[in-house]
Design a protein around this ligand. Structure first.
Ligand code: NAP
Ligand code: F7E
Length: 345
């Protein structure tokens, strides 16, 4: 019997990973946070009867240890137990507003999980495999392009600093205690399940709203964004959760970059998204006064607001996933155009 425990199961990646593991015959467990409304289950509605959920929180080490222990005790003779640590305060800009909380969940939370695993006897520990959701944000103000596993980190936000801490903990527990722990270093990945306040989903939703408004002859909505000149290497979450799973199927634990090897600016993402719905964007003005105009009607569709600028920006991310492609046989099904089409559909 194969067991999997996903922290962050209610999130974008957690929900796709749960689907994949169910398909592969795993018994899938996850924790959910207590909230006053049950909104956080919405990405799991279609598989709710196939997964086991308990209340838990990355700030509460005893809930994590108790849950992991109960999973092990309730499944005699399990073959392998894969733990995917996907839970995080994952919004970079918000991490500047709640840095302590972000560090507690994205940094110390990882330590709590690793220490939980370490409490088990060696024969049990040897059947546990651990995946850490690391990020290209750790490269920050990049010291090399493209970025690969050996590129030094230079984090530019509390979020990225907490993830760097987790990255080295995972390496430390692997080297110090011989635990099967892997770091994924994943570049941006999106999907129809992406949170609404990440730039890709914000753009797709903005374009949809403008299209809907045009049908009703209304034209008061303007898509308002921050820095549109940063560049990102955007892939699809479905491809990336498959890569996470592959990392835990290897004979030896290691760290891997997952990326597409192509980078686009936010500006290009805006142009592509509008053009898929028949709009051609012209840019006028500079800096915070720049606007994106519909070439046909001269209506302003995009504007800039300083409130979306970050204290430190990550200007360029471009990943080199050669190691994952070669060693894991990892392949992607989506390019940027296919991703945007999927997000619209
Ligand atoms: P996401 O949609 O924001 O999901 C985050 C998950 O973490 C949600 O299930 C959330 O629960 C949970 N969570 C947050 N705080 C928690 C806490 N205190 N205790 C327990 N659970 C908590 O993020 P994602 O895009 O799926 O990303 C998954 C992981 O990969 C994250 O660790 C992220 O930092 C990392 N990552 C993402 C990307 C990317 O481009 N998507 C790239 C590299 C790395 P609620 O539903 O209750 O909020
Ligand atoms: O920003 C710019 C913003 O918030 C992308 C997370 O999943 O990927 C994600 O982090 C770019 C940045 O993603 C707006 O300044 C402009 O340059 O969509 P984002 P992110 O910061 O790259 C990494 C790999 C993770 O690990 C994270 O968890 O877009 N931008 N205008 C904007 N960004 C947002 N959110 N909103 C805007 O209005």
């Amino acid at each position: 019997m194969k067991l999997a425990f996903i922290t962050g199961i209610t999130g974008q990646d957690g929900s796709y990973l749960a689907e994949l593991l169910i398909e592969k015959g795993y018994k899938v467990y996850g924790i959910v946070r207590r909230t006053s409304l049950l909104y956080s289950y919405s990405r799991l509605d279609h598989i709710r009867d196939k997964i086991h959920l308990e209340y838990g929180d990355m700030s509460d080490g005893s809930s994590l240890t108790n849950y992991i222990t109960s999973i092990i005790n309730n499944n005699d003779n399990f073959e392998v137990f894969e733990i995917y640590n996907l839970a995080a305060q994952s919004h970079v800009q918000i991490s500047f507003e709640i840095p302590e909380y972000t560090s507690l969940i994205d940094g110390i939370g990882t330590l709590k999980l690793l220490e939980s695993i370490r409490t088990f006897k060696k024969d049990i520990q040897d059947k546990i495999r651990f995946y850490q959701a690391g990020t290209s944000e750790m490269y920050g103000a990049v010291l090399e392009t493209p970025q690969k596993e050996t590129t030094p980190f230079n984090p530019q936000s509390p979020y990225a600093c907490a993830k760097v801490y987790s990255h080295f903990l995972v390496k430390n527990y692997r080297e110090g205690y011989g635990m099967f722990t892997c770091n994924g270093i994943l570049f941006n990945h999106e999907s129809p399940r992406r949170g609404a306040n990440f730039v890709t989903m914000k753009i797709v939703n903005g374009v949809k709203k403008i299209v809907e408004q045009e049908k009703e002859n209304i034209n008061d909505y303007i898509l308002t964004l921050g820095n549109i000149d940063s560049k990102r290497d955007w892939g699809h979450s479905k491809d990336y959760v498959y890569g996470m799973w592959l990392m835990l199927q290897q004979d030896k634990p290691d760290d891997y970059v997952l990326a597409t090897g192509h980078t686009y600016s936010v500006r290009e993402f805006i142009e592509k998204s509008f053009s898929m719905k028949g709009f051609e964007i012209e840019w006028n003005g500079e800096g915070i006064n720049e606007v994106g105009i519909d070439k046909r009607t001269q209506r302003i569709l995009v504007k800039i607001d300083e409130k979306y600028f970050r204290p430190c920006e990550v200007d360029l991310l471009l990943g080199d996933a050669t190691k994952a492609e070669t060693d894991l046989g990892w392949e992607r099904k989506y390019d940027l155009d296919k991703l945007i089409v999927d997000m619209f559909d």
